[in-house]
Design a protein around this ligand. Sequence first.
Ligand code: NAP
Ligand code: 3JN
Length: 343
Amino acid sequence: MSAQNPRVAVVGATGAVGREMLEVLAQRQFPASEIVPFASSRSAGGKVEYAGSELTVRELKEDSFAGFDLALFSAGGSTSEKFAPLAAKAGCVVVDNSSAWRMDPKCPLVVPEVNPRDLEWHQGIIANPNCSTIQMVVALKPLHDEAKIKRIVVSTYQAVSGTGQKAIVELETQTARLMNGQEVIPQVYPYQIAFNCLPQIDVFMDNGYTKEEMKMVNETKKIMGDDSIRVTATTVRVPVFYSHSESVNIETETKLTVEDVRRILSQAPGIIVADYPEKKIYPMPIDAAGQDDVFVGRIREDESIDNGINLWIVADNIRKGAALNAVQIGEELIRRNLLRVPK
Ligand code: NAP
Ligand code: 3JN
């Protein structure tokens, strides 16, 4: 092992995000000396695919991290809360996909296209933002740099894969049953998701917003490094398998025209502008699924205010929203020679 060819633990390797991490690591030829999949005792001994071969899943234990340089976590908040500090203590840098460490002032919250320099102050645990936040800030940071965003109003249309493997099966099963005139009994979501929309993602909080909505508010400010941006969100689950879509309205300090926005976003990293209304070309989840980029279209001036822009932003929630962003953080750590836990 070395900082340039790290030994990598993938924690939660049997899940929707973990499997995608293994695929992304292989596709990008991540320079690992070894990759080891971990999950709970339920899956220990099972196999997961990596680069055309099978790896045996190990049970995650307190002493699992000895000899590892990097751990990519996607096994839920409680696993991260318990095991991420143990990994960091063992000298293994953690990139964590859960919300457990995102708002901790000691943990950078990083999107490599937006705030890679925040990696410089990591102390062993780096947080990967929520998927809905990631795709939004990739598109908004270049506009903020140009015209200073004062306010963001976002509504999301989120795919069921954001809830994990069991929700993908639930949408498949419910769709098939309803098409055959059979009854459905919701198990993952509080109501039927097939042919429906649920204006609830995660639990409700005291202020009437859901936790997912407040993640978007708080994480956006931390990643953009600007507490003065006002953000409000409505997050909705829709019967789509992969890719989240977002309707985003921004108000800027200085004026941006539609042409300005198209030019700025066309030159920004990780973004594809798909905005040809006359040809009916705009981003859609079926096209973004399996892709790495964030797609932006339906760019319009908000004619109800002086400096307003409307955008439609779509990205694969499991790739850029989770697995890819985490792997990119690993790559950036290697590039910046930061793959070590500071003493
Ligand atoms: P999933 O499909 O349900 O997979 C969960 C994974 O965690 C499985 O590999 C499971 O292993 C493992 N796991 C559960 N409890 C564990 C334990 N005690 N010790 C070790 N491994 C354990 O869920 P997912 O969609 O992949 O999401 C996993 C987590 O990633 C979420 O809970 C969330 O925190 C995060 N996530 C983040 C984003 C984002 O917005 N960036 C998006 C989606 C998910 P078994 O096979 O042994 O059960
Ligand atoms: O629902 C979605 O589309 C994204 C879900 C993310 C998620 C799911 C379970 C737990 C998270 C997250 O990343 O915010 C968590 C969590 O709080 O860790």
